[in-house]
Design a protein around this ligand. Structure first.
Ligand SMILES: *[C@@H]1O[C@H](CO)[C@@H](O)[C@H](O)[C@H]1NC(C)=O
Ligand SMILES: *[C@@H]1O[C@H](CO)[C@@H](O)[C@H](O)[C@H]1NC(C)=O
Ligand SMILES: *[C@@H]1O[C@H](CO)[C@@H](O)[C@H](O)[C@H]1NC(C)=O
Length: 512
């Protein structure tokens, strides 16, 4: 898709949103109310769905309730719960403190390796954050603006010093990275100078542009608070300008985190001069067999909320993925479900991300179920041969898109091949986690080896008793409490068009 057409369509999306904004404003919403104000009963308090360990998908009333305050309350200290992988790849741990004065200090420790055992350098970032408004693009998120006042660097190893020096521009606040002493802090940026140094490091705090805080209330009275900050563009050249529309892996509040969290403790005790050295996580042999599900309602850049469910049958190299799409950040209002299947081949261990493995996925069949009337109508309006049986769409009746080689409206083209990066790890309870490659932030698909991801999406958990049987699921697969739409039909329609447009605009079909 050419850039011109892309921006034209994008403008269309913006107009839709603006229109909806006007609609919401017209119904008396205040600045802080989310644009979904007309769709959900409460704006600063949303319950979420979660998977039970046996992978029964249900509304949790008695176990964990998830709420999100809008605007988010950031005060406090937030830390990484594992070695994080960013596109590039970059490996880091984060330790962020927000003060009620709106000042923040962000400590980022970088490493050479995917287990965060070998620190290279640490950045101390000081600045001020101003929350702006509820995001119109990523509902449930809050937009913010940050202002940096100072960035300092401490280099931890000779190799890191050499690598940094080779990337440093000639003018850089009078600092020559090739001559710094290891373990000593140096100023890399202040309000007068140093932009060039930051750019050379690929440094950006654009992640502060989109913020969400989720609180999990456990039935035994405990709570866990997570801070979701904006996603990092998967293309290195875009990352310093990209305004996030999705999230990175959450940080956890040091007062309210999951127990045990050995990584949290190590990060919390760190300083710029003493970076945390994480213990090597026990190598979990890569075994995909079984059924894996999302741990939370996932937010994908560009207005998609979804949960994923994958089944793999290694003997037959067969896989199936079920993507349940929703219109709200709590995943309570389903729109459509997509069931894709095909074959896969395991490749070599990744040279870029140690511990990860390369894969190639082939999508040969996609079936779609509209779970609500507007989606069914929209799909029903597509011409013959474009998207399943023309005029044959009904709510909760699955359609096979294979005879039409996909669906142009949904941006699905069959058959389709993707180059993937997978990793498995054990969580704090020693349960296996599956990490699947991050989708390109521009919505394209990793359909060439050069586009293979270098970072990961939110991990999925293995269902207990996960066998090697492929799941037998009805496409809709959603039988928990339906939230009735209080919304006006037109606003709802606009939102849906946006959702579907979003898929067309930003994705070729994806194994997500
Ligand atoms: C938001 O939450 C606060 C406290 O949690 C509550 O007092 C207030 O009524 C809520 N506002 C809305 C619009 O739900
Ligand atoms: C889809 O189109 C057919 C034929 O035009 C129509 O009979 C049917 O009611 C439509 N279904 C929906 C859900 O709009
Ligand atoms: C859903 O699954 C059940 C049993 O697995 C089957 O009997 C039923 O026909 C399915 N419904 C649809 C709409 O596919």
């Amino acid at each position: 898709m050419s850039n011109g057409r892309f921006s034209h369509l994008l403008r269309g999306v913006w107009l839709l949103w603006l229109w909806q904004a006007v609609f919401v404003a017209g119904t008396g919403s205040k600045l802080w109310e989310v644009p979904t104000g007309s769709f959900t009963s409460s704006s600063n308090h949303s319950e979420s769905l979660q998977w039970e360990q046996d992978c029964q998908y249900r509304h949790l009333q008695d176990r964990v309730r998830i709420t999100a305050d809008i605007p988010p309350r950031l005060d406090g200290t937030w830390v990484s719960t594992r070695c994080e992988v960013r596109p590039g790849p970059e490996f880091l741990t984060r330790f962020y403190t927000f003060h009620s004065s709106r000042h923040f200090q962000a400590l980022q420790h970088y490493y050479t390796d995917s287990s965060c055992e070998d620190p290279t350098y640490s950045l101390i970032i000081r600045g001020k954050l101003r929350l702006r408004q509820a995001s119109w693009i990523t509902r449930g998120g809050t937009e913010a603006e940050h202002h940096l006042s100072k960035v300092g660097i401490v280099v931890h190893s000779l190799a890191a010093k050499q690598r940094l020096a080779s990337r440093q521009p000639p003018t850089c606040v009078g600092l020559t990275l090739g001559r710094v002493a290891l373990g000593k802090p140096y100023e890399l940026y202040n309000t007068r100078a140093g932009r060039g140094c930051l750019a050379a490091l690929g440094f950006s705090m654009m992640e502060m542009g989109l913020i969400r805080v989720e609180t999990q209330h456990h039935s035994h009275g405990g709570k866990v608070q997570e801070l979701l900050l904006g996603d990092i563009h998967t293309d290195w050249t875009q990352r310093t300008q990209y305004r996030p529309t999705g999230y990175q892996q959450p940080l956890q509040n040091t007062m309210h985190h999951l127990h045990p969290c050995p990584v949290c403790a190590l990060v919390y005790r760190s300083s710029e001069q003493r970076p945390p050295v994480l213990p090597r996580s026990p190598a979990a042999p890569l075994s995909l067999a079984g059924r894996w599900v999302s741990q939370r309602c996932e937010t994908r850049p560009n207005v998609l909320f979804l949960t994923r469910e994958f089944s793999f049958n290694p003997d037959q190299h067969a896989w199936e993925g079920v993507y349940r799409h929703y219109s709200d950040p709590a995943c309570s209002q389903p729109t459509f479900t997509l069931r894709a299947s095909g074959h896969y081949a395991q490749g070599n261990p990744s040279a870029k991300v140690s511990g990860a493995t390369e894969f190639v996925f082939k999508v040969t069949q996609v079936r779609v179920t509209a779970v609500e009337e507007p989606t069914a109508k929209l799909l029903n309006g597509t011409g013959p041969g474009k998207c399943g049986r023309a005029g044959g769409w009904e709510v909760r009746v699955e359609q096979d898109l294979t005879p039409t080689d996909g669906c142009t409206l949904l941006g699905i083209k069959l058959p389709h091949k993707e180059y993937e990066l997978f990793k498995t790890e054990l969580d704090h309870r020693k349960h296996p986690l599956l990490f699947i490659g991050e989708r390109p932030a521009d919505g394209s698909s990793p359909d060439r080896p050069q586009r293979r991801p270098t970072s990961f999406q939110a991990p999925m958990v293995l269902c207990s008793g996960g066998g090697t049987q492929l799941s037998r699921h009805n496409g809709s697969g959603f039988n928990s409490k339906q939230v009735q739409l209080a919304a006006s039909g037109t606003a709802r329609q606009a939102q849906l068009v946006l959702l579907v447009l979003g898929s067309v605009l930003f994705s070729g079909f994806s194994v997500y």
